[in-house]
Design a binder for this molecule. Structure first.
Ligand code: HEM
Length: 419
């Protein structure tokens, strides 16, 4: 789980990865490209050439036009940026598969229709209104439990391990149907992938253990079906998914739904503490929180350069001629600040009218868990700011360690106090 810290650094210039003076603004190297065309050549450090999309409309085209493929397993070349942990998956398929034979894995994030459609439909069938409602009340319980535990333990905490990480992790447990007894093991394994200090070896070991954990979970759901999403996938799919595919699907849900939400919770809190007027507006009128979450998603856009596609044929877009087989990277943080779409795009403004943004992507791969992510953020932030009215940073803002080496931006830790 989680993109390792090295992949981005190996191929991208430092000023496109590291944040400048303001930790919430896109990196200066990315910002400097504003106004230089909505689709630009992106020379990579390994000598290869990719393309960078900074315009909102152009990004929507890339994400909805079948000439841009998400199938980086089949079209994989040495230059592609690997979102989430496709690197690990790619390691198991040493040669790009150009035979166009059917895919047998379950990494649907990297599939095109119709292979993608089949698994995606199965999943949307499991994200039922009833199940989401039940999850909502669990999210509330989990959020309250964790804020109250922080209060009971003193007047200072690191918000990441105390709140931002366990909340989405426990929600994924609910979704997959991980037993209470197994949750500590599950959380321990997944946390390693998010720990910047973990060595490659520790990551590999945790990854293998997590894989084995998911295998046991799938076997258990096959033998003892319960009322959870994974059981539904095991038993409702016709034709059935293989156990290996089910493990992959479970790993995708974990990888896509855990690190993202955890970082949005941590970084949103940091941003609000640095914009006290915006925080006050939310506290004064909690009905503003839903809108505020949408603005935080836009303003913070934590998936830095992680949404990418590969062209299946030559395409002209935004005045640029992109050849076939090229990697096209969406500069999501810039796209969500396209001045043609938002007045004063660099301002965090929780009063801003709600308009579509690309924080959850667009098109057939648009975030499957977006409603759940919204609920986790709305409830999580609400409980946090209302139960801790004196919440503030416990260190100067410059000392908050940023995850700018990761595909998913955020904070490694967030020392806070509420004395
Ligand atoms: C896809 C963002 C939370 C599950 C995506 C994509 C983005 C995204 C940008 C599109 C990737 C692409 O097109 O290449 C986020 C953010 C989140 C979040 C910012 C938190 C604030 C979640 C949660 C879940 C989830 C909670 C599940 C429980 C998925 C899945 C996909 C996806 C399964 C792949 C869908 C597909 O390929 O059809 N997410 N996500 N995400 N997300 Fe999320």
């Amino acid at each position: 789980p989680g993109a390792g810290p090295t992949a981005m650094r190996r191929i991208l210039p430092a000023d496109m990865v590291e944040r400048g003076r303001c930790p919430f603004d896109p990196p200066p190297g990315l910002r400097a490209r504003r106004g230089q065309g909505t689709v630009q050549p992106l020379p990579l450090l390994n000598g290869a050439q990719a393309w960078l999309v900074t315009g909102f409309e152009e990004a929507r085209t890339v994400l909805s036009d079948a000439r841009f493929s998400a199938d980086k397993v089949r079209h994989r070349d040495a230059t592609s940026l690997q979102p989430y942990e496709v690197t690990e998956m790619a390691a198991t398929t040493p040669e790009p598969d150009t035979t166009l034979a059917g895919r047998e894995d379950g990494f649907f994030v990297f599939m095109d229709p119709p292979e993608h459609t089949r698994i995606r439909r199965l999943l949307t069938g499991q994200f039922t209104v009833r199940r989401m409602r039940a999850l909502e009340s669990r999210v509330t319980e989990i959020a309250i439990e964790h804020v109250e535990a922080m209060k009971a333990a003193g007047t200072e905490a690191d918000l990441v391990p105390a709140f931002a990480l366990p909340l989405p992790s426990l929600v994924i447990c609910e979704l997959l149907g991980v037993d209470y007894a197994d949750r500590a093991e599950f959380q321990e394994r997944t946390a390693v992938g998010l720990n910047a200090n973990a060595t490659d070896e520790e990551r590999a070991v945790a990854g293998a253990e997590l894989y084995a954990f998911m295998q046991r979970l799938v076997a258990d759901k096959r033998a003892n079906p319960a009322d959870d999403l994974l059981s539904g996938l095991v038993h409702d799919a016709d034709p059935p998914l293989t156990d290996a595919q089910l493990v992959d699907v479970a790993l995708v849900l974990l990888g896509a739904g855990h690190e993202t939400t955890a970082n949005m919770l941590g970084l949103s809190t940091f941003a609000l503490l640095e914009h006290p007027d915006q925080l006050a507006a939310m506290r004064d009128d909690p009905t503003r929180i839903d809108n505020a979450v949408e603005e935080l998603l836009r303003y913070l856009t934590i998936i830095q350069l992680g949404v990418s596609r590969v062209t299946t044929e030559p395409v002209t877009l935004g005045g640029a001629d992109i050849p076939a087989g090229a990697t096209v990277v969406i500069a999501t943080p810039e796209v969500n600040r396209d001045p043609r779409h938002w007045p004063n795009p660099d301002r965090l403004d929780v009063h801003r009218p709600r308009t579509p943004h690309l924080a959850f992507g667009h098109g057939v791969h648009q975030c499957l868990g977006q409603q759940l992510a919204r609920v986790e953020m709305q409830i999580g932030l609400r409980e946090l700011i209302t139960r801790l009215p004196n919440l503030r940073l416990a260190v100067p803002a410059e000392q908050v360690p940023l995850r700018d080496e990761m595909l998913i931006f955020g904070v490694h830790s967030l020392p806070v106090t509420w004395a």
